[in-house]
Design a protein around this ligand. Structure first.
Ligand code: KIV
Ligand code: ZN
Length: 531
């Protein structure tokens, strides 16, 4: 098909050459099976002569993985080619990929060879490979810094020797799109027999242009792109497979090209490669980064909720991600907030939504991202509240491993302020003793528990307390990013429940200590509150 671009995946070879990546055979096999599900055309499974481990991995992949062609890399010498063939020979569709450098700098310093010697070696390598295998790819390493006329000469010779694919690597990520496209056009014109073979490109990302160069190359006549999942690879990496595929998918109007990729396998493949290789995907990475389908600004969220395409050019489902994410944070608006609560099955009357929204904004000021679990905790712990006889206004704690923990707490009741201080066995005990002093209510603390209800260092802590009075248990909950604040809120919540019960029984109001603003600043003065 004219408009079909072949996807040659080299995650297991060039990707595995990333500094810090070292996959074992089992992991490589797992990735190769996933690449087959992704429906890449070719899997470059490794460099068999590099180590016994590499050889074994390529051989097992060749024996196990069905669908894509399985390629093994070989320098242009007999030992490499023989080893590569040994590794791939059992594949349904084996390929030998042989290469030699063609740029003046590589030929002179690295190979110490004259161009004609390089050409001879390339031809011999392709012929030897063809004796084994019908599918042979030849790469001119550092092609983008090679003399285009020499490239035409060497590519014409290897095509004549039987190469079925010729590959043009931008080995050091030096090319820029228009220049690279021009090189491809030149090769299309100057390589004899090019019409019967596949013309491939292989770009590195040193200047951040690997994807742009690959796209420019296909518009100029290349029909195979070599790439890696998440763009991992030597130095700054290789062309990112997911970016290429989604560029064709999303901008069919411009490219008019297709791949055989099952796009809904892109995200699962990206996750697998990231977790097995240990190469974390940056949050803002195109297509597969965790922010790629996340919206935080209130304006964007509002637009997105009205019509998705206002701020999304691809659907997350296309790459196998269940949904877009409206990140609830300090920039989010009421629309997104209400929407998320509804998605969580929480519907609140308007006045409670207003209160919940305020509580959410307070939390969003403290946390970067408010998650669903935060919201559930927030709504469960704060909004479904008993009437607030006492409200925590302020607390201050002095604590340490050689200090007697002391708390100062200010509560508001009946629009009056009450402040006290007390010491305790620990900071929570000090807070609770201070609250007892203010309220004048003596209960037994039956249970205290603390758990993190959300993930991360800035997770919300939820404290649950149970207090007992006259054989009755009252449970209070408090949530905050500060566990002491959560503890104080939980205790006050439980006391408010107790007071609500006392009101029914006619046991409330009761006297409590009062310290007004003047007292808080300059010494305490007792008074009566809440009655
Ligand atoms: O970058 C490069 O030149 C390569 C070749 C071996 C294809 O990886
Ligand atoms: Zn490479």
């Amino acid at each position: 098909m004219e408009n079909r671009v072949y996807i040659f995946d080299t995650t297991l070879r060039d990707g595995e050459q990333s500094p810090g990546v070292n996959l074992n055979t089992k992991e490589k096999l797992e990735i190769a099976k996933q690449l087959a599900k992704l429906q890449v055309d070719v899997i470059e499974a490794g460099f068999p002569i590099a180590s016994p481990g590499d050889f074994e991995a390529v051989r097992q992949i060749a024996r196990t993985v069905q669908g894509p062609a399985i390629a093994g890399l070989a320098r242009a010498n007999p030992a490499d080619i023989d080893r590569a063939w040994e590794a791939v020979r059992d594949a349904g569709r084996p390929r030998i990929h042989t290469f030699i450098a063609t740029s003046p700098v590589h030929m002179h310093y690295k190979l110490r060879m004259q161009p004609q010697e390089v050409l001879k070696r390339a031809v011999e390598a392709v012929k030897r490979s063809r004796d084994y295998c019908e599918d042979v790819e030849f790469s001119a390493e550092d092609a983008s810094r090679s003399d285009p006329d020499f490239l035409c000469e060497i590519f014409s010779a290897v095509v004549e020797a039987g190469a079925t694919v010729i590959n043009v690597p931008d080995t050091v990520g030096y090319a820029v799109p228009e220049e690279f496209a021009e090189l491809i056009r030149k090769l299309r014109r100057g390589v004899r027999g090019i019409e019967k073979i596949v013309l491939s490109v292989h770009c590195h990302n040193d200047l951040g242009m690997a994807v742009a160069n690959s796209l420019a190359a296909v518009t100029a006549g290349a029909n195979q792109i070599e790439c890696t999942v998440n763009g991992i690879g030597e130095r700054a990496g290789n062309t990112a497979l997911e970016e290429i595929v989604m560029a064709f998918y999303t901008r069919g109007d411009i490219f008019g090209l297709t791949t055989g990729i099952a796009t809904d396998q892109i995200y699962p493949t990206s996750r697998m490669v990231s977790s097995l290789s240990g190469m974390v995907v940056q949050r803002n990475k195109a297509v597969v980064g965790s922010n790629a389908f996340a919206h935080e600004s209130g304006i964007h969220q509002d637009g997105f909720l009205k019509e998705r395409t206002t701020y999304e050019i691809m659907t997350p489902q296309t790459i196998g991600l269940p949904t877009s994410k409206l990140v609830l944070g300090k920039h989010s608006g009421r629309h997104a907030f209400r929407n998320r609560l509804e998605e969580l099955g929480i519907s609140l009357p308007d006045e409670e939504i207003n209160r919940a929204f305020q509580a959410f904004k307070d939390l969003a000021d403290k946390k970067k991202e408010v998650t669903d679990r935060d919201l559930e905790a927030l709504v469960g712990g704060k909004i479904i509240a008993v009437p607030e006889v006492f409200r925590l206004d302020y607390f201050h704690i002095v604590s340490g491993n050689s200090t007697l923990p002391t708390a100062t707490v200010r509560l508001v009741a009946d629009e009056r302020i009450f402040e006290e201080a007390a010491c305790g066995n620990g900071p929570v005990d000090a807070v609770y003793k201070t609250i007892d002093r203010i309220t004048g209510i003596q209960t037994t603390l039956e249970e205290y528990s603390l758990r993190a209800v959300t993930e991360g260092k800035d997770a919300l802590g939820e404290v649950t307390v149970k207090i007992r009075d006259n054989g009755k248990i009252f449970t209070g909950r408090g949530t905050s990013t500060d566990v002491l604040e959560a503890s104080a809120k939980a205790y006050v919540h439980a006391l408010n429940k107790l007071v609500a019960d006392w009101k029914i029984l006619g046991r409330w109001p009761r006297p409590v200590q009062e310290i007004d603003q003047e007292g808080a600043a300059g010494g305490s003065r007792t008074g009566k509150a809440a009655g």
